[in-house]
Design a protein around this ligand. Structure first.
Ligand SMILES: C[S@@+](CC[C@H](N)C(=O)[O-])C[C@H]1O[C@@H](n2cnc3c(N)ncnc32)[C@H](O)[C@@H]1O
Length: 291
């Protein structure tokens, strides 16, 4: 169900070999992990992180079904705690860490948590239910100023003021409860060119803010570098400019600690791949090697 983006390129950079160990920081439905395992038989292992408990449970079942329990250990953890988990699991000789950021197609299509503006679902948008705040609370109770800040700082939405104002006006009469209600309200004040839905950036901003995606990324990347073997690599696939900025900055820092940036030029999907999978259009791949 989840079409992994730039999978061939991820594997080329990681170049997994027999018996090597890797970390998949964002397991999802596991396609990246399963691809790595093909090259690391017979005894290479993967430590995989999946923060969403529903996807974690699904992953545990899949791993059992395909009898890969000995080779993949899936944990229901946030990758921002990567170092602690690696220590607890006694995982070592790590040749690579892969981050495939964001959420999976499963979240848009199956989770029923309001991630997609196409569906009429309660505005939740939490990847993990332990998170304290939902999109519903933000949309219905945050001030105009707070909404503007979230839309700008987490979504780079240029029409943040206009959108925040219509939300404030509408919620006076009736609470805004679902993803469809919110996206229709946004579409009334924002027009976009091409096929991109006018609510795209606001939805991205809400999800990123609620789940602290940028904070997780910065910490996760630094911790990944610490746990790598010399010669090991980090490969990161990101889907928006704010994530990419953090990756570039962290890589710059790691370069000073003897890291070698592998992707002097960012890698992007081909026109062919975007045609087959439109979600790939904003994908960027960067990688660094520890020395
Ligand atoms: C783009 S999907 C990964 C898809 C996966 N590579 C596949 O092939 O199915 C990103 C996944 O990372 C998970 N995730 C997001 N933030 C996370 C975090 N901080 N820690 C661990 N998992 C996270 C999401 O729940 C989602 O399942």
């Amino acid at each position: 169900m989840h079409k992994p983006v730039l999978l061939k390129e991820i594997i080329e950079i990681l170049s997994p070999k027999e018996n090597e160990n890797f970390i998949d920081a964002t397991f999802g439905l596991g396609s990246v992990s399963f691809e790595i395992l093909k090259y690391t038989h017979p005894s290479g292992k993967i430590l995989a992180f999946e923060w969403d408990p529903e996807l974690y449970n699904l992953g545990v079942k899949t791993i059992k079904k395909i009898k890969m329990e000995k080779r993949i250990k899936l944990v229901n953890q946030n990758f921002k705690n990567l170092k602690k988990v690696v220590k607890e699991e006694g995982f070592s000789q790590i040749k690579g860490v892969v981050f495939d950021l964001g959420i999976s197609n499963w979240h848009y299509q199956e989770s029923k948590r309001g991630f997609s503006f196409k569906n009429d679902e309660f505005l939740d948008m939490r990847i993990n239910p332990n998170i304290k705040i939902t999109a519903f609370e933000i949309i219905n109770y945050f001030s105009y100023k707070e909404l503007v800040e979230i839309f700008k700082n987490y979504g780079e939405e240029k029409e943040a003021e206009k959108i925040a104002q219509i939300i404030i006006d509408r919620r006076k009469n009736k609470r805004i409860e679902t993803s469809k209600q919110l996206s229709e309200i946004i579409a009334q004040v924002k027009k976009t060119r091409r096929k991109i839905h006018p609510a795209t950036l606001v939805f991205m901003a809400l999800r990123s803010f609620i789940n602290d995606e940028l904070g997780n990324l910065e910490k996760g990347l630094k911790e990944a570098y610490d746990v790598l073997d010399n010669g090991g690599k980090i490969v990161v696939l990101s889907f928006n400019g704010l994530e990419d900025k953090i990756i570039k900055n962290v890589f710059k820092l790691l370069k000073k600690q003897s890291g070698r940036i592998i992707t002097k030029r960012v890698i992007k999907p081909t026109v062919e791949e975007i045609k087959k999978n439109p979600k790939a259009r904003s994908a960027k791949l960067r990688a660094i090697e520890k020395n």
